[in-house]
Design a binder for this molecule. Structure first.
Ligand SMILES: Cc1cc2nc3c(=O)[nH]c(=O)nc-3n(C[C@H](O)[C@H](O)[C@H](O)COP(=O)(O)OP(=O)(O)OC[C@H]3O[C@@H](n4cnc5c(N)ncnc54)[C@H](O)[C@@H]3O)c2cc1C
Length: 482
């Protein structure tokens, strides 16, 4: 079989394709291998469609709570043309994926292989076309440099009876034709919480079964406590429960949830969503033919430059497993591009200290840096300040639930920040800038002038509590009035 040679081969057309574009822009020949829609999980099965749905939930919540602002508004969820909403989102995201495919196809010096890539040697792959009519046209490609960016997919947990019933993963729950009347979500992580919030806000009776005592248990305890309490108002929560078994019924499923003390409860629903985490898509890659090592869970092992155990082969994104967020994958793509294409002076290494993430429930949550639990585990000295979100005038006006929690070293270095409240996903950004590009101290935020009256004043107030009062010049609106 003829081998097509490239300067760079990227396996996985999500975030990894940015490295191919960077290579082509510098006059190198690149290939991208993608077995599904371009853009990866984010565009068609993750961030974008889930947030498009959640936007509808937020609108419904706003209407539902209009009376808090003295306004009368009614919400008729029975007449919602649910299928039209999901069709519109489907069309929007697939158009985006098609445009991305087109731009790669049109690019000079990039070859797009629509198929599944499998390694046959350290830097050699065979690509099996996804189009069945071309099934016999397996092509072999070789890269002087190779990037593994194959992402992850929903995991199937070993629950009794699960394989015998129809269940949903996040891949299909985003595009249902009809809104379920009753939904059981197994999994209390951020995907379970976000989708539970969405369906609950649109009128589905949602039960969430989660192993830990709180939803989103990886967050700081104060955050997970608030998100759990918030979701309790729209969903039935079975935290501290394990899904022990699933059985099909004439019109849906029964999920048996078992508490730590052995007590069980049967939850009936017309749909079951399994959101118990994700696994790396390395199993189809035939890595046995290479020296690329993975850990026991299948995540690719890399050093801090994101190079794998094979010289000239890098990995990025969910398949590395450290930071399973789209913005982390994009950041890693920049690091890999710099290292694989020699764009920087010396090698670039990853630094996740200021890596933020957000949870799009209502209220939202967003974090950067360590949780209090992690600092305690590491035995680090720290100071903390927590203020309620409505410490700011706009927080009060908007009747905002939530908090801002700052963790700092005794010397004032920001170690972590956790925000629960409206627009938390945007508000965390100033902390990330301070941690990543500023001096990384609480003074960066406390001494910066904040717009008044804005939600960001809640952050200012929390950072002020830890700032050196001798040095701090930030005005305290609580003293000066509105
Ligand atoms: C429901 C949901 C909501 C999410 N929401 C957010 C959010 O709000 N914010 C956020 O930051 N992150 C979110 N994420 C996570 C985010 O989608 C991922 O972190 C991100 O997409 C990872 O990018 P990636 O390039 O590593 O992998 P992917 O985007 O998964 O890209 C990998 C690509 O490789 C392809 N591929 C796999 N194996 C092969 C093979 N053998 N040959 C050829 N191609 C292959 C796949 O088809 C895929 O297109 C969400 C995820 C889900 C599931």
């Amino acid at each position: 079989m003829e081998t097509h040679e490239y300067d760079l081969v990227v396996v996985g057309g999500g975030s990894g394709s940015q490295v191919a574009t960077a290579a082509a822009d510098r006059g190198l020949e690149a290939a991208v291998v993608e077995r599904g829609p371009l853009g990866g999980a984010c565009i068609t099965r993750g961030c974008v469609p889930s947030k498009a749905l959640i936007h509808r939930a937020d609108v419904a919540e706003t209407v539902r709570h209009a009376e808090r602002a003295g306004l009368e508004a009614s919400l008729d969820l029975d007449t919602v043309a649910y299928g039209e909403i999901t069709d519109a989102i489907h069309e929007f995201v697939y158009e985006k994926a098609d445009r991305q495919a087109q731009s790669l196809e049109d690019a000079d010096r990039i070859s797009l292989y629509r198929g599944e890539g499998k390694f046959v040697d350290d830097r050699v792959l065979e690509v099996e076309p996804v189009d069945a009519t071309e099934a016999d046209r397996v092509r072999r490609i070789e890269g002087e440099r190779v990037v593994v960016a194959v992402g992850s997919r929903p995991m199937t947990p070993p629950i009794d009876g699960l394989e015998e019933v129809a269940s949903l993963t996040s891949d299909d729950a985003l595009y249902l034709d009809e809104r379920p009347d009753e939904l059981v979500v197994v999994g209390g992580g951020y995907i379970g919480a976000e989708l539970g919030y969405f369906f609950g806000a649109l009128g589905t009776e949602v039960s969430i079964v989660g192993r830990s005592d709180r939803l989103v248990p990886r967050e700081d305890d104060d955050v997970s406590e608030q998100i759990t309490a918030a979701l309790e108002s729209s969903c039935d929560l079975y935290t501290g429960h394990e899904a022990a078994g699933v059985e099909g019924t004439d019109d849906g499923v029964v999920v048996t949830a078992q508490a730590g003390d052995g007590e069980t409860v049967d939850l009936t629903a017309d749909e079951l969503l399994v959101a118990t985490g994700r696994v790396p898509s390395t199993d189809a890659l035939n890595l046995e033919a290479t020296g690329i090592e993975t850990d026991d869970a299948g995540y690719v092992e890399t050093d801090a430059t994101l190079e794998t155990t094979v010289d000239g082969v890098w990995a990025l994104g969910d398949v590395v497993g450290d930071q399973p967020y789209k913005h982390a994958a994009d950041y890693e793509a920049r690091v890999v591009a710099a290292n694989a294409l020699d764009l920087a002076d010396g090698e670039r290494t990853v630094d996740y200290e200021a890596m933020p993430h957000a949870i799009f429930t209502s209220p939202q949550a967003a974090s950067a840096g360590a949780t209090e639990g992690e600092l305690r585990e590491q035995g680090r000295s720290y100071e903390s300040a927590t203020v309620p979100f409505d410490v700011s005038p706009l927080g009060t006006i908007r009747d905002a639930d939530g908090l801002v929690k700052v963790l700092a070293s005794p010397g004032g270095e920001i170690l972590g920040c956790h925000v629960v409240g409206p627009e938390a996903s945007a508000l965390i950004q100033e902390v990330v800038v301070a941690m990543d590009r500023g001096t990384g101290t609480v003074a960066d935020v406390a001494e910066t002038v904040h717009v008044h009256p804005a939600l960001s004043e809640s952050l200012e107030a929390a950072f002020e509590e830890l700032a050196d009062p001798e040095v701090s010049t930030a005005p305290d609106w609580r003293d000066v009035g509105e």
